[in-house]
Ligand binder design. Structure first.
Ligand code: ATP
Length: 308
């Protein structure tokens, strides 16, 4: 797999506090990478290091193959667009003037892309309205348009849906999906709201106390969160025979937890299950249905409340 970003034991120390602690993460090319962690976990710190706004105390990262300690890193950074913390927009300017200003800053003399960019982010009809009179969602989309002025391959968005109303969230989400699918832009989105990220992320990195505690694909996350029933039985080996011989569950559809408990993901018919177990001489003691929610999975990884 090709990676846009690979970090290698990154550390960031603020006096006595380690904001990043040997952080290792890998962002695949073409992915929407959900960078999930509670407030204060270190998400913004990592993003600031990638963007060159701060420097690591230890460790390094590779951006498009260029090591952060080499001079080539600045060439790689030209392929990156970012909205870090709040979008850097001028409130007294219109959307169009904000984009023109950004093109001047990055040294692009022509404004021919301004109209297309405004269309792309859904701000083409804002006319003379100043950015200060925009909704939060419109401001966020203007911030993304500004980050797109340099035509990036990799877009980094720090908490892009924070504080948005439901409509604003949908608009930003659809824009991110469009950029990824139609423009092939790899996107890294930090958020503490896993439920929202799950509507668009293809890969996840879970950060807690400055360390990546789990990295996994959307399919792997779905598997981890799928519905299952936990059976307590007199003998798990007999239960396995019953599940397989009766065709209720294949090897991939159950997991033995210990000598008496087994998780079955295949949503078995309970009458059929009881017959199959009885045939093997296996007693069924309890059946407990549960599904691991995204929220539950998040809490199992990072502990505590994810919405604090
Ligand atoms: P949030 O969603 O709240 O922004 P985050 O995951 O982005 O959270 P960071 O902003 O990266 O977290 O902060 C990580 C930790 O580092 C926090 O505990 C924060 O207080 C601390 N921190 C950040 N910047 C500094 C600084 N300049 N000096 C000291 N500590 C800092």
């Amino acid at each position: 797999m090709e990676y846009v970003l690979k970090t290698n034991g990154l550390c960031k120390q603020y006096k006595n506090f380690k904001a990043l602690n040997r952080l290792t993460m890998n962002v695949p090319k073409g992915s929407i990478y959900g960078f999930v962690g509670r407030n204060g976990a270190g998400k913004t710190t990592l993003i600031r290091l990638i963007c060159g706004l701060q420097f690591a105390t230890e460790g390094s990262f590779e951006l498009y193959g260029a090591n952060s300690t080499s001079g080539k890193i600045n060439d790689s950074r030209r392929k990156v667009g970012a909205v870090v913390e709040t979008p850097s927009i001028f409130p007294d300017m219109t959307a169009e003037d904000n984009l023109k200003h950004q093109f001047r800053i990055i040294g692009v003399p022509s404004f021919e892309k301004v109209k297309d960019l405004l269309e792309l982010v859904g701000l083409a009809d804002t006319g003379k309205k100043k950015a200060k009179d925009f909704s939060l969602g419109m401001r966020q989309r203007l911030g993304i348009a500004i980050a797109l002025c340099g035509d990036p391959d990799f877009l980094i968005l720090d908490e892009p849906i924070n504080g948005l109303d439901p409509q604003g969230i949908i608009e930003v989400r659809e824009l991110i999906l469009k950029l990824n699918r139609e423009k092939n832009i790899t996107v890294l989105i930090s958020s503490h709201i896993l439920d929202e990220l799950s509507k668009l992320a293809t890969h996840y990195g879970f950060i807690d106390k400055g360390t990546i505690v789990k990295e996994l694909s959307a399919e792997e996350l779905n598997d981890a969160c799928r519905k299952c029933v936990t059976l307590t039985v007199s003998d798990t080996q007999k239960a396995v025979n019953a599940l397989e011989d009766s065709g209720i569950a294949s090897k991939a559809e159950y997991k033995i937890l210990d000598g008496n408990r087994i998780d079955v993901y295949a949503q078995p018919n309970i009458t059929q299950l009881v017959h199959a177990l009885d045939k093997q001489g296996c007693e069924l003691v309890t059946v407990k249905e549960h599904d691991e929610t995204l929220e539950g999975f998040f809490i199992s990884l990072v502990g505590g409340d994810s919405h604090d």
